[in-house]
Design a protein around this ligand. Structure first.
Ligand SMILES: CC(C)(COP(=O)(O)OP(=O)(O)OC[C@H]1O[C@@H](n2cnc3c(N)ncnc32)[C@H](O)[C@@H]1OP(=O)(O)O)[C@@H](O)C(=O)NCCC(=O)NCCS
Length: 195
């Protein structure tokens, strides 16, 4: 399969991601375009989407999967990010290293299991390695079995578990060291358009 990816600049990307989050993400915490802009401005970031034809109307191509990642620094001023860095301390080394945080990502239900998320992740890794990032970090919860399974297949390591009263709510932090050897393991055939 050949994957069609689109990389967006910040403002257009924030609108696209807010749209796909609102209409196609079944999870409760959806992000608005303003939230996305606020988080990503003034930091290195990547907004990537995979596009595919509608099965019953192959002439129409729609966004089916997305991934938003950004630089995470040792000293963050935003309270949410500062809290994240605190929680990662001991599990991730920030000093003298570049850490990429995958903030948002999902595939629309009808397109799951077709490799779109792998293609996005592999493209994200190319981008990150080219920019000198040392490690990719992501957070999920026990209850998100599909995401945990996908991250497992994409060779992320569990680096921290934060227990919760309901075991399904326990937060799982994962990471993947980046480097040229990571790129050697890539499998997807991708074409990237820069919007
Ligand atoms: C997790 C998710 C993004 C995967 O997207 P996808 O496009 O279906 O993933 P892919 O088809 O690219 O699969 C990537 C790899 O993970 C594996 N995988 C994906 N979903 C899986 C599942 N449910 N069970 C087992 N393996 C799975 C695939 O087999 C593939 O491995 P391979 O390439 O070695 O064969 C998608 O299921 C999703 O959007 N889920 C909801 C998002 C979510 O859980 N959000 C919660 C907040 S973190």
């Amino acid at each position: 399969m050949h994957y069609h990816l689109r990389e967006y600049p910040l403002k257009q990307g924030a609108l696209e991601i807010a749209y796909i989050e609102e209409f196609f993400n079944e999870f409760p915490k959806r992000k608005s375009a303003t939230e996305i802009m606020t988080r990503l401005q003034d930091r290195e970031c990547q907004i990537l989407m995979a596009e595919a034809p509608l099965p019953d109307d192959p002439g129409t191509v729609v966004p089916v999967s997305y991934k938003v990642s950004h630089e995470l620094r040792e000293h963050e001023t935003d309270s949410v990010l500062a809290d994240l860095v605190d929680r990662l301390r001991g599990a991730v080394i920030f000093s003298g290293r570049r850490v990429l945080y995958t903030w948002l990502g999902a595939t629309r239900r009808d397109w799951r299991g077709q490799g779109h998320f792998r293609a996005l992740t592999e493209e994200q890794e190319v981008w990150a390695v080219n920019r000198g990032f040392d490690e990719a970090v992501v957070k999920t919860k026990n209850r998100y079995f599909d995401m945990r399974a996908a991250l497992d297949m994409l060779q992320f390591n569990v680096i921290k578990l934060e227990v919760a009263p309901d075991v399904l709510d326990a937060k799982v932090y994962l990471s993947k060291p980046l480097g040229l050897s990571v790129l050697d393991a890539h499998r997807s055939h991708r074409q990237v358009t820069r919007a």
